[in-house]
Design a protein around this ligand. Structure first.
Ligand code: SAM
Length: 383
């Protein structure tokens, strides 16, 4: 079946989940039967998700690639606006552990057909009766499609306990919906080639929406039956320390840039003055268009960059929200020197002196790197 679909069927299933997330913006999602976390690795790029969890009965398969869910340098350079926590558990979907309650979205992709029918009942009770998420996506093979798959005899996988026709899946799903207060939409991915649309999709999908309100549970939490294998918190701008670090980095980067440009222009102007070529008009063009309080100035061997000027730099305004917050952050950060009145950032004029205090000599390159890494990351959405 590997080359039968383009893109491969498993990627079509993941893409279905990703499209659902883009439309419905759940904040908390758990993937049951997460295997090597391939779906979670794609979903984590959806920046509105704040809690992402995976559960699988097989701890070895989770461990295989779980560290690929760790933050990468870009996540520290450009933290998201929202917090993100990822948790991976070894456990069975037939057992209740309160740590998997409270999710908006539960996904179960090609999992139920691996369960004995008795366990399937327990799965329904766990997912719909205990976890009670707002939405559940369940995918499973559509047996009616099997005759189209070249060389297939029997089930699609040796571990499958059943493979259902569309009618069988729909009967089960509608029954579960009635019992637990969910309505179901049926769809799928993996279309039959040519005109043969009568067999339905290769993977059938039920999207369950909760229609009855969740009643407050007064039950004790019960034992922790799952084993937490991995947990990681991503840096985010909601964390004040992270916000301060990113904002100060941004301020130092732009201060350096402005200083360098200002020194070059000042040197040119001085040269022109010596050669008597400068006109009043040209001088007006350079800094003249800025208000007095935004102009850079020299103080001894230092250059002062007014906070009012930094305010107009990309990201500084959006990160700080208001100018008094920006001043407060800068005054309290040991990496920044400020004038006594707190109105300007003070930088050493000479490059050598700067290098002792600030590691911003390569700032423009740093911006390029950030952009290229971000592009790579965004591209993963389309995979
Ligand atoms: N959802 C993944 C995907 O679509 O790529 C993996 C699907 S794989 C066919 C089925 C997964 O379900 C396996 O990783 C298996 O270990 C897991 N599984 C089987 N029985 C389970 C159970 N009772 N509780 C949790 N996971 C289970």
């Amino acid at each position: 079946m590997t080359n039968f679909f383009n893109p491969p069927l498993y990627l079509q299933r993941y893409q279905f989940v990703i499209e659902f997330i883009k439309r419905n913006k759940p904040k908390k999602m758990v993937d049951l039967g997460c295997n090597d976390c391939a779906l979670l690795r794609k979903v984590k790029f959806h920046r509105e998700i704040e809690l992402l969890a995976g559960v699988d009965i097989d701890s070895a398969v989770i461990r295989e690639k779980m560290y690929a869910l760790a933050p990468i340098p870009t996540d520290y350079l450009q933290p998201g606006d929202h917090p993100l926590t990822i948790e991976l558990y070894q456990g069975s979907v037939t057992e209740k552990d309160h740590r998997i309650k409270g999710f908006d979205l539960v996904t179960s992709i090609e999992l139920i057909e691996h369960l004995q029918l008795g366990d399937l009942d327990r799965f329904s009770e766990v997912v719909f009766g205990f976890m009670v998420p707002a939405a559940v996506i369940i995918s499973t093979p559509n047996a009616e499609f099997n005759p189209l798959l070249p060389g297939l005899t029997g089930f699609r996988h040796y571990d499958h306990k059943f493979e259902w026709t569309r009618a069988e899946f729909q009967r089960w799903a509608l029954q579960v919906g009635r019992e637990f207060g969910y309505e179901v939409e049926f769809t799928g991915v993996g279309e039959a080639p040519g005109q043969d649309q009568t067999v339905g999709f290769c993977s059938q999908i039920g999207v369950f929406w909760r229609i009855s309100p969740v009643s407050q549970s007064h039950e004790p939490e019960g034992p922790l039956l799952y084993k937490l294998l991995y947990s990681v918190k991503y840096p985010s701008l909601c964390d004040n320390n992270v916000l301060q670090r990113i904002l100060v980095n941004e301020v130092l980067y732009w201060s350096e840039n402005l200083k360098r440009r200002w020194l070059e222009e000042t040197a040119e102007r001085e040269e022109d003055t010596y050669s008597d070529q400068n006109t009043e008009e040209e001088e007006e063009d350079m800094e003249g268009r800025l208000a007095e309080r935004e102009r850079l100035y020299r103080s001894g061997r230092s250059v002062c960059v007014p906070v009012a000027r930094l305010w107009s730099c990309p990201r500084v305004e959006s990160l700080s929200g208001n100018i008094s917050f920006l001043k407060q952050i800068l005054l309290n950060d040991s990496r920044v020197s400020m004038t006594e009145d707190g109105l300007a950032v003070v930088l050493a004029e000479a490059e050598d002196e700067d290098h002792q205090d600030l590691d911003y000599s390569d700032a423009p390159e740093c911006t390029d790197i950030r952009q290229s890494v971000v592009c790579t990351v965004e591209e993963d959405w389309g995979a």
